[in-house]
Design a protein around this ligand. Structure first.
Ligand code: DAH
Length: 340
């Protein structure tokens, strides 16, 4: 019986060391120590032993059981360790491999210009106003003193939704909305999209961008207009920039002017950017017409003000040397990525 037990132990230990997977370990335990296991069955035969033999064999059997159990534990730890090591090996990240590059985007040049302009005017105490792109015809024309028979109202020039609703052709109707809703003193700018019935080419698009400006207070004069816009031009194009005002005609301002700035490229000598004139036309402006103030419920005897409007696409093109307006709207990444 002693030999039989020792052989059983040796077989069990051999079986254990042959186990390579944790889940098979339990099979070995059951095979030897389970209810119908080899050791259990062997011990059932102990009844046949003599009184002297029984305690000796009993002791041995217990020792063997303990030995088998501690062997199972040891094998279990070994296999667990191996499993962890295999997992570490498999999941290891090679930090020396090149990473995947994420392409960072950048602002559209037009957005950059709008941000620059906002910053300049916010710095001068203006706030930002908004108006709808689908606008009452009377806000786009009538309240801005545009005559009933003016050609800008033509179907060839303006997108009509209904007789009295248009896609705004300019940001100027925001002036009307601001004056209707707020009391002077007013100091606002309003950048946004505008629409005109134009064929697309290098300098025209049915959708483009403008920025409106409006100042209303007591005692505002043309010199306030000139001082403000001259400062703005210097901040946008550089300290050396000079401005000049040419008389012009707009229905909602009187007197009206267009403002030119000295070419930021050649400094006024003449080059390709300024078509050899030394000057670049930047915006329209003027003193708000008394009729417009009256239409909007502001007393022209008490208040006066100035307004201005500029084409943002044009300014963007001039500033960045872009020669085709279409590039601003095509969203070609090869173009846009140049403004990083
Ligand atoms: N709305 C004019 C345009 O689209 C631009 C403009 C000129 C706006 C003079 C003004 C202004 O506010 O005073 O051509």
């Amino acid at each position: 019986m002693e030999l039989e037990l020792k052989q059983l132990r040796d077989r069990c230990i051999a079986d254990l060391s042959a186990v390579t997977e944790l889940k098979s370990l339990d099979n070995v335990r059951i095979k030897y120590l389970g209810k119908k296991g080899e050791l259990t069955i062997a011990l059932k035969g102990m009844g046949k032993l003599s009184n002297e033999e029984r305690p000796v064999i009993g002791k041995l059997a217990n020792e063997i059981r303990e030995e088998i159990e501690s062997n199972i534990m040891a094998q279990k730890q070994l296999l667990e360790q191996q499993e962890i090591e295999a997992q570490i090996k498999e999941e290891r990240i090679d930090v020396s491999l090149p990473g995947q590059k994420h392409q960072a985007g950048n602002l559209h040049p037009l957005t950059t210009i709008i941000n620059d302009l906002k910053e300049i005017f916010l710095g001068m105490g203006f706030s930002i106003a908004e108006g709808p792109e689908i606008e009452w015809a009377k806000y786009n024309f009538d309240y801005l003193n545009v005559p009933q028979d003016h050609s800008a109202r033509d179907l060839q020039d303006t997108f009509y939704y209904q007789d009295d609703i248009v896609l705004r052709t300019q940001t100027s109707p925001v002036q009307v909305r601001v004056m209707e809703e707020q009391q002077p003193p007013l100091r606002i700018i309003s950048p946004g999209r505008v629409y005109r019935f134009d064929e697309i080419d290098a300098t025209h698009s049915p959708v483009f961008h403008q920025m409106e400006g409006l100042v209303i207070d007591k005692g505002i004069t043309m010199s306030d207009l000139k001082g403000t816009l001259d400062l703005f031009a210097k901040k946008l194009f550089g300290e050396q920039t000079k401005t000049k005002f040419r008389p012009h005609q707009f229905y909602f301002t009187e007197p009206s002017a267009e403002m030119d700035v000295t070419c930021f490229k050649c400094g006024g000598v003449g080059c390709k950017v300024c078509s050899n004139t030394g000057w670049i036309e930047i915006l329209g402006c003027g003193m708000v017409h008394p009729n417009v103030l009256r239409f909007c419920g502001i007393d022209p005897d008490e208040y006066s003000g100035f307004a201005f409007g500029m084409g943002l696409d044009r300014i963007t093109m001039i500033k960045y040397g872009i020669n085709d307006l279409r590039l601003l709207f095509e969203n070609d990444l090869r173009f846009l990525a140049q403004f990083k």
